[in-house]
Design a protein around this ligand. Structure first.
Ligand SMILES: [Zn+2]
Length: 62
């Protein structure tokens, strides 16, 4: 029976807790790396996300 020798213990992805990948260490994917980057930047340079276009309320009820 072959022993299963685990590789170096890797920290899980700090974002989603999945096993991290070497390529995106310490994250599991480019996506999580970006997530972390965004949190680092504190939203200053966050990607424009359309969440609420109703800033001026122009298109509200008359
Ligand atoms: Zn992840």
């Amino acid at each position: 029976m072959a022993e299963i020798i685990p590789l170096r213990p890797r920290k899980p992805c700090p974002i989603c807790k999945k096993p991290s990948s070497q390529k995106f260490h310490p994250f599991c994917s480019n996506r999580c790396a970006n997530e972390d980057l965004n949190s680092w930047l504190g939203g200053k340079y966050s990607i424009p996300v359309v969440e609420d276009e109703d800033e001026d309320g122009q298109d509200g009820l008359a």
